[in-house]
Design a protein around this ligand. Structure first.
Ligand code: URA
Length: 237
């Protein structure tokens, strides 16, 4: 990839501003200053800006602890969105949420620049588990567990078999492989129960980091990234 394009893709600045930086000799490739924006950067090259080595991975992946009260959307005129919780650089890089959590749902949200990975993670075909904890308004029963495992029938579709485990009387751990609109809430609704709180604890192999607080985010580690790609039947090499 051209050096100016690489820098702007990495969120440094606009393409023309990156060309300026390069012309001024602030960028080096494999230890030598490069003043040519059109220079083709080899895949494994070390690129530094003002002497500081840059992370040149093209695809970027984040975990965000979504707090209640913000929308899973790129932007919204009246409400705060998950993108408002991130530095602008990630928007520039093209990080987008993988699927949606409702405004009042908390927990793990993945954001990635890899659209194909995002698609695979949310498509039931790849059988990627999403685990939620749901606090409901009525005690859960054995019959609820059986109904979830058989595939709950909603007005417009029949859910795939899911797993419901009773953690407490009114707290259930739910594992689903699909993510239709309000799905978990609607599944409980079909059993005559209202979800009072919903929290996503994991998505595929990725577990919400217990050090994180609502609103926090971090990049995935290499190990987490590799495992997630594998869960989606893809490789990140
Ligand atoms: N199911 C729901 O009902 N809401 C969510 O936010 C996620 C899954």
């Amino acid at each position: 990839m051209r050096l100016d394009k690489l820098l702007s893709n990495l969120g440094v600045s606009s393409r023309s501003a990156c060309r300026d930086l390069i012309r001024k000799g602030r960028v080096s490739v494999n230890g030598s200053v490069c003043r040519d924006g059109a220079f083709h950067v080899p895949d494994d090259a070390e690129v530094a800006l003002d002497g500081k080595k840059m992370d040149t991975r093209v695809e970027r992946h984040l975990m965000l602890y979504k707090p209640a009260g913000c929308l899973t959307a790129a932007e919204d005129k009246s409400s705060k969105t998950v993108m408002d919780l991130l530095p602008n650089q990630y928007r520039t890089l093209g990080c987008m949420p993988v699927g949606r959590l409702d405004k009042d749902t908390t927990g793990l949200l993945i954001l990635t620049t890899d659209g194909d990975l995002a698609h695979r993670l949310i498509t039931p075909r790849y059988h990627v588990d999403k685990v939620y904890f749901a606090r409901v308004d009525e005690p859960l029963t054995k019959e609820d567990e059986t109904a979830f495992s058989q595939g709950i029938e909603l007005k417009d579709f029949t859910c795939m078999p899911a797993r419901l485990e009773r953690v407490e009387d009114t707290l259930g751990k739910v594992t689903v492989q699909e993510g239709k609109y309000h799905q978990v809430k609607r599944m409980f609704g079909a059993r005559g129960k209202r979800v009072l709180q919903l929290h996503r604890a994991s998505f595929g192999t990725l577990v919400l980091d217990e050090q994180m607080q609502p609103g926090d985010f971090r990049e995935l580690t290499e190990k987490e990234t590799t495992a997630l790609y594998r869960a989606a039947g893809k490789t990140n090499e």
